[in-house]
Design a protein around this ligand. Structure first.
Ligand code: THU
Length: 131
């Protein structure tokens, strides 16, 4: 699975985004170490705080299927109904969820619709908390 193929799946996941309140549609494609893919989109709520980000949707789908080891995630976001035009990076809560299940070298791919950028989890969450 190439980085671009994983990102294409994040674009596909983004199509399912339920985001009537923020107007931002986000998609994620999470690749497990055994080669399985878990797609996630953001799921909003009229009461706002129950909202779940695309990345956490993907992680929680995987964990609930018994999959706990991951190598990469691709994330794409932007205004609903428009093509993405800037790099959408994971929020702090999602970085902490990644920290729970991933090592420092876990890769996070983002795009502005033109090029791909890649970080490691250690770069996006240095000195992250873990018990
Ligand atoms: N969102 C994500 O899906 N992932 C993030 O990492 C940050 C934010 C969603 C939550 C909300 O539905 C919308 O983007 C605007 O914050």
């Amino acid at each position: 699975m190439t980085d671009q193929e994983l990102m294409d799946l994040a674009f596909k996941a983004r199509q399912s985004s339920y985001s009537p309140y923020s107007g931002y549609a986000v998609g994620a494609a999470l690749l497990s170490e055994d080669g399985r893919i878990f797609l996630g989109c953001n799921v909003e709520n009229a009461s706002y705080s129950p909202t779940c980000c695309a990345e956490r949707t993907a992680f929680f789908k995987a964990i609930s299927e018994g999959v706990h080891t991951f190598s990469r995630i691709a994330i794409v976001g932007g205004k609903r109904g428009e093509e993405p035009d800037s790099f959408f990076t994971p929020c702090g809560v999602c970085r902490q969820v990644m920290r729970e299940f991933c090592e420092d070298d876990f890769e996070i791919l983002v795009t502005d619709g033109k090029e791909l950028k890649k970080w490691t989890l250690a770069e996006l969450l240095p000195a992250g908390f873990r018990l």
